[in-house]
Write a protein that binds this ligand. Structure first.
Ligand code: ADP
Ligand code: MG
Length: 680
């Protein structure tokens, strides 16, 4: 198999330079990759239904004999209409084609055929328009491949058929036999043949299962090795658990989840010889700041310096204020370091960090600039994980000597998926909100009710509250994004919101321009914030009470939940209004989840169930290798693959045994594709 990845596609018959370019567009550059280019879906021609069984609008395959052909009829637009009457034991169906003379000519000769298409059924009348037609010997499950203009699924199918003939007789299987046996998996060769051209539905299921297992296993192995690479000795083992002191100073009682997370962090720093490497995951408002403060407090009291990095200036300031309040009178010396701090102040802060005079610094990217150094950096915290690339995190980490690491994320991710995405981190979950939180009432409306909704926002603003409107995310084109936001504000002019103080955030603004708008919103100089980009995560404007989201169907549920989390942070009742004209059942079902619950973890589970892990974050944010086949059904398999990965690594940590060697090759290939994560 390995050598097929070096075999150019041109070696296949009928594949020339032009088609090679089209395949490249689909990410297929070698025969090996073509073999691993799996169908997007299938057409089931293998079990035709009878005519009378067909339901209106069903997509199905019907096997019928030709009864007669009606004479062609010319219709408007210079088109010709061809009708064929066909029958089976249960009934009669009219097959209609436009302009497809050659099909008509073939069918009018009589005989039995398979027709695949959408059925219209009304009473005893059945019709199919422009179905695909095939001879009865093609009663198979057929693959449908991802397509691009100029390259049809059928053409890909031909190329795949040829490629499969090149598969070696005895193919090397990356999954060692002892694992295949334990989990009842079929061989790679079998799986590959069946995923392209399944004999029947069960065989397809088996093939899918085997390939998903392999994909997850390879991922698990890769992540385990990433994690293993960081298990170095820590110079910052702490001796005293001072968190009780800190907790007793708090004006409230910690939730059980908060206490548990703090304990887990402290245990990491006290007992294991290697640095803490932990993700704290908690829904908006679950109280992550207090957890971070308790951990910082403990670290500082044990003689360590802490650095706390957040993605934006405004968040840095908010965190600085929150932590200052929590750590007041503790003797902990805190500093705020951001791009906008004056040069002389910066110089003094840097001196205090390198001399060890300052214990805790909160800041933006400014923290990772070259000339910031620490005397004994022992704990690095980053908030809102998704905003930092791995490289930025490691730049800060490298300023200490294997410091403890804590990553905080407000995106609730189902536990199984979190293990997949953050396989290199241990996980603490804050799955509980402090008591007395209010629910954000959420409504789904269509654009006919938009003006009424504007009236509602206006009332809130007149009461002295503030509102957000997130408006359509337009295609990548930045110019059009700008226009759409400006157009939107233009349109607001003739609505109840026309005379409000309105601010605009869009993708073309520079970071400092965005910060300026956010600042004036958070200081109440603006009533209404219209945004085309996703509003800064974590920003806290307690006075904001309405979040209105246009084209809500374009967002993932978890993203909507994040957006909704911008409101309901103060004592006033808060609302979320989702606007969508998409009437599809799945869309409605998806969006109605938002109206039913405020629980981020439930929403994340539902999102995962409805969209599958591939789409969960949008591939860009997850930093995960792109998965080819793993669908939702595979989530249950995750635990099996984790167990298998552990077994394998226990036997052979470097995957150097002959029976693991091709698995090692697959791990390398998967991570090479992403370019992001590098294996040690
Ligand atoms: P997030 O997890 O979104 O970062 P924060 O740390 O900002 O949440 O906390 C949200 C609010 O909840 C803050 O005002 C904080 O003071 C308050 N809070 C945190 N923990 C508790 C608790 N155990 N009981 C009551 N209020 C709490
Ligand atoms: Mg926070």
């Amino acid at each position: 198999m390995g050598s097929l990845f070096n075999m150019p596609l041109e070696s296949l018959k009928g594949v020339g330079a032009a088609r090679v370019r089209l395949f490249a567009k689909l990410g297929v550059k070698s025969v090996g990759e073509l073999i691993r280019f799996y169908p997007r879906t299938y057409e089931d021609w293998s079990s035709p239904c009878s005519i009378s069984e067909a339901q209106d609008r069903d997509v199905c395959c019907i096997r019928a004999r030709i009864e007669r052909a009606l004479p062609p009829a010319r219709i408007r637009g210079g088109m010709t209409l061809y009708k064929i009457i066909a029958y089976d034991d249960s009934g009669t169906i009219t097959i209609t084609f436009f302009n497809q003379k050659y099909v008509y000519e073939k069918l009018r000769g009589g005989g039995e055929y398979l027709f695949y298409g959408t059925v219209r059924a009304a009473g005893f009348f059945y019709e199919m328009t422009s179905p695909m037609v095939s001879t009865v010997d093609k009663a198979q499950i057929r693959p449908v491949y991802p397509q691009t203009a100029g390259l049809s699924s059928r053409q890909t199918e031909d190329a795949v058929r040829q490629a499969l003939r090149l598969l070696p007789e005895k193919m090397k299987d990356p999954i060692p036999e002892y694992i295949r046996e334990k989990y009842g998996l079929c061989s790679l060769e079998r799986a590959i043949r069946e995923i392209h051209f399944p004999g029947d539905v069960q065989a397809l299921e088996k093939a899918r299962e085997r390939l998903s297992f392999e994909e997850l296993l390879v991922l698990q192995l890769g992540l385990a090795r990433l994690k293993g690479g960081r298990q170095e000795y820590t110079a910052h083992r702490i001796r005293n658990d001072c968190s009780r002191e800190f907790v007793s100073r708090l004006p409230y009682k910690l939730t059980d989840a908060q206490s548990r997370a703090i304990d887990e962090c402290i245990r990491d720093m006290m007992t294991s010889g290697s640095p803490m490497n932990r993700l704290i995951q908690g829904d908006v408002g679950s109280g992550k700041t207090a957890v971070a403060a308790a951990v910082c407090y403990t670290a500082v009291k044990n003689g360590l310096q802490c650095a706390f990095m957040v993605p934006t200036e405004i968040l840095a300031r908010q965190h600085f204020e929150a932590l200052s309040a929590l750590l007041e009178d503790t003797g902990i010396r805190m500093q705020l370091l951001t791009g906008s701090v004056s040069a002389s102040k910066k110089k003094s802060i840097k001196e205090q960090l390198s001399s060890g005079e300052a214990d805790l610094v909160i800041g933006t990217h400014a923290l990772i600039s070259d000339n910031v150094s620490f005397s004994r950096l022992g704990l690095v915290i980053t908030d809102e994980q998704h905003r930092f690339g791995v490289s930025q995190r490691s730049a800060l980490i490298s300023k200490g000597e294997s410091p403890h690491i804590m990553v905080m994320s407000a995106t609730p991710i189902p536990r199984t998926l979190a293990l997949m995405v953050f396989g290199d981190l241990d996980l603490s979950v804050l799955d509980e909100l402090p008591p007395g939180r209010q629910k954000v009432d959420t409504y789904l409306i269509d654009s006919a009710k938009r003006v009424r909704a504007f009236g509602f926002l206006k009332k809130q603003i007149l009461k002295g509250n503030q509102c957000y409107i997130v408006c359509p995310l337009v295609e990548q084109n930045e110019q059009s994004e700008l226009q759409s936001a400006e157009e939107y504000i233009e349109k607001l002019r003739n609505t109840p919101l026309g005379d409000c103080r309105t601010g605009l955030l869009h993708g073309r603004m520079k970071a400092d321009q965005k910060e300026e708008v956010m600042r004036s919103f958070s200081e109440g100089e603006i009533d209404l914030l219209v945004s085309t980009t996703v509003i800064e995560v974590g920003v806290n404007v307690p006075n904001a009470t309405v979040m209105m989201i246009e084209n809500a169907e374009r967002f993932g549920l978890s993203q909507l939940h994040q957006l909704r989390g911008r409101v309901g942070r103060g004592s006033d009742k808060a609302y979320c209004i989702l606007v969508s004209d998409n009437q599809g059942d799945t869309t409605k079902q998806r969006l109605s989840v938002m109206c039913r619950t405020n629980d981020g973890f439930l929403i994340a589970d539902e999102d995962l169930r409805l969209r599958g892990p591939g789409d969960f974050f949008g591939s860009r944010q997850s930093g995960l290798p792109e998965m080819k086949i793993v669908g939702m059904s595979s989530m249950e398999m995750l635990e099996d693959t984790q167990e298998a990965a552990r077994d394998i690594l226990e036997k052979d940590p470097l995957l150097s045994d002959p029976e693991h060697r091709s698995l090692r090759g697959e791990v390398g290939r998967l991570f090479a594709r992403t370019g992001g994560a590098q294996l040690q």
